[in-house]
Write a protein that binds this ligand. Structure first.
Ligand SMILES: [Zn+2]
Length: 165
């Protein structure tokens, strides 16, 4: 998988509308330096519509990322089903071309990689834990502190029992 595979050349448009499909695997995330996520599978569909001086891209992303639960370290899957819209303006003004969402009339090529990556990141819950994954279960960490509090509670309970007697 190469970054250039995510460049859409609007010169090649046959009609005003066209649909592009991408199948993302782990290789997609490898293209990103310091990617927040490494494993995932997604089906991405982008419906593009070209108007006189704008291009509208409607993204639909369905899939999941695979990660490790931050709490219990089990492997988890997080499903994502999301959409996004980018509106691009076509221009001949070189100053505007330095800004986001402007495309050159003479070279209308747009890289959708970052939009796809960004949208996936936006839809991933802040905490990668079992609760937020497909199993939707609460998980716990087994550590010394929880044993200690249990013991403390038992002791307090024992004291209370003494008082009742
Ligand atoms: Zn967990």
């Amino acid at each position: 998988m190469k970054l250039s595979e995510f460049d859409i050349d609007f010169n090649k448009f046959k009609n005003e509308k066209d649909t592009f499909r991408f199948k993302l695997t782990d290789a997609f995330f490898e293209l990103k330096e310091n990617s927040l996520y490494q494993h995932g599978d997604f089906d991405v569909e982008i419906q593009c519509e070209k108007f006189e001086d704008t291009i509208v891209l409607d993204y639909s992303l369905i899939g999941h990322i695979k990660s490790q639960c931050e709490r219990c370290l089990n492997q988890i899957k997080i499903h994502i089903n999301t959409s996004r819209q980018d509106v691009l303006k076509l221009t001949l003004d070189n100053n505007l071309l330095n800004e986001e969402n402007y495309l050159s009339v003479n070279h209308p090529v747009y890289a959708v990689y970052d939009s796809i990556y960004e949208q996936i990141c936006l839809d991933i819950p802040t905490r990668l834990i079992c609760e937020n994954s497909e199993i939707q279960k609460n998980c716990t960490i087994e550590h010394l502190d929880s044993n200690k509090t249990d013991k403390e509670a038992d002791e307090r309970w024992a004291e209370l029992k003494k008082l009742i007697k």
